[in-house]
Design a binder for this molecule. Structure first.
Ligand code: GUN
Ligand code: ZN
Length: 428
């Protein structure tokens, strides 16, 4: 079954930081996106492709809107949805005072399903079609999330949190129970429909060496699952890690010693990395989730994107709800731009939209599957509306280039500017 969408089309083909700008993207002022059985069949100029189509094919025309691949959120906590905007603390106190008590409720499968339903609705309204998601320590939290994501036919990655020390008893597993429960969840969910599993040690302070080693063992037993954790987010956290793991040469090395780095390993934050750590992330093809709204909200610091690029580390954006303060990827682009301004660096709109789409897909090792309109990719896409708010509408009247259009979208845009979200070609 063919589905055809017509409108202004943009997607990325390569990293604008690595190739000439014109080679990094394809832009069609009046294009067609042809979808067959939920997958991209072809993309091209409307004038060229329209005559090749059968007269009976129905065409949905998005006039005056920009069609692009769905956004990819490479780090987010669904159980923290209802505790977003908790006042006043930096990371460690924020975890203890707000987060841990809150995550307790997710031993209840039904509670998890209700929150997952709301969370996924929020993501879709913000134009995010794939995410790498933390559950809680409870296996029920992952069953709940995947059950709802499966009903919605979404490509989602999630995992049960591993934490066996420096946390409340009610949130603690053991190295063995964490291993056993993760294994059972992998067997039940990994590669079921569009769902994939991530082994999820919370962060080094809450994981014993035995637990990290068991995570490494599991990763070697299931090489196609992900590894998802936090890294070098906050200075007090880093000092604590150095105390807890004196045998390691820094934070990343704690994970490295347990064999947790690799192509499907995603480390959230990495705000305070040494060059040697960035180099190690690059050579192991690991990824960083850059979470600007969270880094600003918790006062964690300003991510060094140039350092990551210098060592060829894969980078995607994360909202990191509930330390992040928005589900919107457009708002996340806004915060990323300002973060880089505070570092006296320019983050171009092309680079930023690349990171939100193809860059995110590469960070998740899903290039070719999501993130752009390459033939055979899953047709998860969104339509951006330049006129959804009077302010953007006015500003757009003075806009002279694609670059400027994208920049305005990223500075003034939010959920209101996502006029449609499509999953496997179907509007949701
Ligand atoms: N480090 C360990 N756990 C968390 C969490 O839930 N959120 C953030 N932002 N950092 C963490
Ligand atoms: Zn996080």
């Amino acid at each position: 079954m063919l589905k055809v969408y017509r409108g202004e089309l943009l997607h990325f083909l390569a990293d604008p930081a690595k190739v000439a700008l014109e080679e990094s993207y394809q832009y069609l002022a009046d294009g067609l996106l042809i979808i067959k059985d939920g997958l991209v069949e072809q993309i091209g100029e409307a004038a060229e492709l329209l005559p090749t189509l059968d007269k009976s094919v129905e065409i949905t025309h998005y006039e005056d809107g920009l069609i692009m691949p769905g956004f990819i959120d490479t780090h987010v906590h669904y159980p923290q949805t209802e505790m977003i905007a908790s006042y006043g603390e930096q990371l460690l106190e924020w975890l203890e005072n707000y987060t841990f008590p809150f995550e307790r409720q997710f031993s209840d499968l039904e509670h998890g399903k209700k929150v997952a339903e709301f969370f996924l609705q929020q993501l879709l309204e913000a134009g995010t079609t794939t995410a790498l998601v933390f559950g809680t320590v409870h296996k029920e939290s992952v069953d709940a999330f995947f059950t709802v994501a499966q009903q919605k036919k979404l490509r989602m990655i999630c995992g049960k949190v591993l934490m066996d020390q420096n946390c409340p008893d009610y949130l603690s597993d053991t190295a063995q129970s964490g291993y056993d429960e993760s294994k059972a969840l992998i067997e039940r969910w990994h590669n079921t429909d569009r769902l994939q599993y991530a082994i999820t040690p919370r962060f080094a302070p809450t994981c014993s060496r035995e637990q990290l080693n068991k995570a490494g063992q599991l990763l070697s037993e299931y090489p196609s699952v992900y590894l998802h954790t936090h890294l070098s987010e906050n200075k007090a956290e880093i000092a604590w890690v150095n105390d807890l793991f004196p045998e390691s040469e820094g934070y990343l090395d704690v994970y490295d010693k347990s064999k947790l780095l690799g192509r499907r390993s995603v480390f959230a934050h990495g705000v305070h990395l040494h060059d040697s750590e960035c180099q190690r992330l690059g050579e192991t093809d690991s990824s960083i989730a850059f979470c600007p709204s969270s880094n600003l909200f918790l006062g964690s610091g300003l991510f060094n994107l140039q350092q990551a690029q210098k060592f060829d580390v894969n980078v995607g954006y994360g909202t990191d709800i509930g330390a992040g303060t928005t589900f919107s990827m457009l708002s996340t682009l806004n915060e990323a731009y300002k973060t880089q301004q505070l570092r006296s660096e320019k983050l171009s709109p092309f680079q930023s939209f690349y990171l939100a789409t193809l860059g995110g897909a590469i960070a998740l090792d899903l290039e070719g599957t999501i993130g752009n309109f390459t033939k055979g990719a899953e047709a998860d896409f969104i339509v951006l509306d330049y006129h959804a708010t009077p302010l953007m509408d006015r500003r757009m009247q003075h806009c002279k280039s694609l670059s400027e259009k994208l920049f305005i979208l990223s500075m003034l845009g939010d959920e209101r500017h996502i006029s449609a979200t499509h999953i496997m070609g179907e509007k949701v």
